[in-house]
Design a protein around this ligand. Sequence first.
Ligand SMILES: [Zn+2]
Ligand SMILES: [Zn+2]
Ligand SMILES: [Zn+2]
Ligand SMILES: [Zn+2]
Length: 236
Amino acid sequence: MRLLALALLLPALALAQADVPEGFFPPPADAPKSAEGTCPLCDGAGKVDAKHQGLKTSDPRFRFRPECPRCGGRGRCVRERPVGERLAEQRTILNAYEREQRTAHRTPIGAGFMETDKAEALAPTDRAALAARFPKRCKACLGLGVDACGRCDGTGVTERRERTEDEDGEAVYETIKEPCEKCGGTGALPCRRCDGSGLAKICSRCDGMGTVEAKAKRDVPAHTALCRACKGDGRR
Ligand SMILES: [Zn+2]
Ligand SMILES: [Zn+2]
Ligand SMILES: [Zn+2]
Ligand SMILES: [Zn+2]
């Protein structure tokens, strides 16, 4: 769906997607970043404690619960999806894609796959260029570039207990929910393995080129060959 939206916005990108070599199966689009769901600030109640708006009420009897500022009282909003939910969907998408490709005995090139006879017919530089266009994803974040925030466990919301007094002067404790400060309420931080790029590490053997220059040997002249370490992906 996201790919479709992008294609409508950017005809140039649509062209780039369309002119992949015959027999190449591009990787699927990433699991979307945001989706409509239960408001994380009010848990769907549509109302929050007055403290969320910085309002002070001296008498707790008159404390009111204003509309949730995040969802405007609807209880639902378009929210950044919890990173765990997004990673799980990404894993499902990629597993389904990979299973399909491997069942058809296609050859991985970058993040995509190609009919094996067509992949073998590609010149090393063309194969490496194709892999660079659809770069191999980071193993840890599956290409999303994000990791669950440790402070809020990926929920984007932190809770603290606050002590107040009721009308009889008895101590009461309230749980206050706030957007997590560490991740800005998104629940996500940049993936540590790829620094948020979502890409697999550059192959050190070929410096990310995917190809190496092979020296002349007996009856074989000098030539450009696929890097054996990354199989032409330039990343691993
Ligand atoms: Zn809300
Ligand atoms: Zn990563
Ligand atoms: Zn957080
Ligand atoms: Zn390499």
